[in-house]
Ligand binder design. Structure first.
Ligand SMILES: Nc1ncnc2c1ncn2[C@@H]1O[C@H](COP(=O)(O)OP(=O)(O)OP(=O)(O)O)[C@@H](O)[C@H]1O
Ligand SMILES: [Mg+2]
Length: 276
């Protein structure tokens, strides 16, 4: 199981849109002019108390502790924390505002380590049929570095950083990379797969920002760009990912191209080969 986080300390830069689109595309598989991806078994972990990914798949719980908070507290996926979605091959661990209480609770517990609860839960999950056979877990993170997000980074294999090209998100990148490097002391295998430019509208400023990102930031940047598509915002009202709601939109096509680019990265190719 490859654990992939979407991460950015800035809000509203398409972390959730990227996570849900990746989850759906990896679960259903697809064919396009540029290539094909086979369906895989995917777990989407909503790690944001806003619960936006959970809402999208109609799995938001209004007034009881959501499973993601339980996993943080108990360091296990046992106890009905994993829910099926309507999409074959795609399961979800829903989140809600109880995550904030869970964070306070584990901070008060000074006896047990706080940062490796998800890692322990994933280790157990890998050895627990029938759930042990996920190919991917996509973790959609909150725009902060709360203990739940630290836990996600300590469990992660790869980090995808969605950015939209405004000054605030570019300014925050350096701090984000510092924080990822700090966490790498606890998890050497975690690394930044790349920065993904999202919600892109062509203008002189966005072109200049893209050039800076590619040439000066020192970070790996995916060639694929996700374009702004008006229908993406509409899709949230219908509780659908852009893939399900507007597959012909520039954004949905962009996410397909992104998955193909992501899968063709050398380490991913090696992993696919391993899986046969
Ligand atoms: N390519 C796109 N085209 C148009 N709108 C987009 C695109 N990508 C994302 N959006 C919209 O931008 C808004 C923010 O996206 P999203 O919720 O994915 O960001 P986020 O980083 O997860 O935010 P938060 O930090 O609050 O969790 C949403 O309304 C979403 O529908
Ligand atoms: Mg979000």
């Amino acid at each position: 199981m490859k654990i992939i986080c979407t991460l950015n300390l800035k809000g509203g830069c398409a972390k959730t849109t990227t996570a849900v689109s990746m989850a759906e595309l990896l679960a259903t598989g697809f064919k396009s002019k540029r290539g094909a991806v086979e369906p895989g078994k995917v777990l989407l972990f909503d790690n944001d108390k806003q619960g936006n990914a959970s809402r999208l798949f109609n799995q938001y719980l209004g007034d009881t502790e959501a499973p993601a908070a339980a996993v943080l507290k108990r360091a296990t996926f046992r106890g009905n924390t994993i829910r099926h979605t309507k999409i074959e091959n795609l399961d979800i661990v829903p989140c809600n505002y109880f995550m904030e209480l869970a964070e306070l609770e584990i901070k008060a517990d000074t006896e047990t380590p706080q940062h490796d609860r998800y890692r322990r839960a994933f280790e157990e999950l890998k050895n627990t049929p029938p759930f042990g056979n996920y190919d991917y877990c996509i973790i959609d993170n909150a725009p902060d570095l709360g203990m739940n997000v630290i836990n996600a980074l300590v469990a992660a294999d790869e980090i995808v950083i969605p950015v939209n090209l405004d000054c605030y998100s570019l300014d925050g990148l350096e701090e984000l990379v510092d924080q990822v490097n700090n966490v790498r002391q606890l998890n050497r295998k975690a690394h930044i797969a790349g920065v993904l430019i999202t919600d892109y509208d062509k203008s002189d400023t966005s072109e200049a920002a893209e050039t800076w990102l590619r040439e000066k930031s020192g970070l790996p940047v995916f060639n694929t760009i996700i374009r702004h598509s008006k229908k993406v915002k509409d899709s949230t009202f219908y509780h659908k990912t852009p893939i399900a709601y507007c597959v012909r939109s520039g954004a949905a096509q962009g996410y397909k191209n992104f998955i193909l680019e992501y899968m063709n990265k050398p380490h991913m190719a090696a992993e696919q080969k391993e899986r046969g």
